[in-house]
Design a protein. Sequence first.
Length: 137
Amino acid sequence: MTTTGSCMCGNIRYQFTGEPAVTALCHCVDCQKWTGSAFTSNAVVPRTAFEVTQGTPSSYDVVGASGKINKHFFCSNCGSSLYTELEVMPDMTCVKAGGLDGGAANLSNKIGIEFYVKDRSQYLKPCDGAKQEPQFG
Ligand SMILES: [Zn+2]
Ligand SMILES: [Zn+2]
C-alpha cells in the first residue's frame, strides 16, 4: 500500500509505503506555531518507508524540550507544513497528515496516542482509545 501526499501548491510530493507505525496528535506549542492550528496530526512511518518524490522541501530546525533538534520540512513556495524528523526518533518520519491525498488525512479516524495533552486546547476532547501523554513520551 502506498499513501501519497503533497503541499498546497503541488510543488512538493511525497509518499510512504505500508501502514503508519503509529498515528499521533501533538498539541505542543511548537506544533501550534508551525501550523497555525491547534495541533498536528501525524502518520509516524519508518524513514526507510518514506520518500519525497517531487521537489525539494526547505527545513527549519528547532531545539525541542529534549534539547535535541526537531527538523521541520515545509514548502518554501506555499508554506505548507509537510513532515518532521526528530533527533530523538532517528528511524522515523512524522508525516503531517493534513497533506495526505485521497481522504487519508483523517488517519482512518484512529489515533493511537496524543502528546502534550497539557497544552491541548480546552475545546478539544481526548480521542477515543488514544494513549494520553502529558508531554512527549
Ligand atoms: Zn507548495
Ligand atoms: Zn508537537
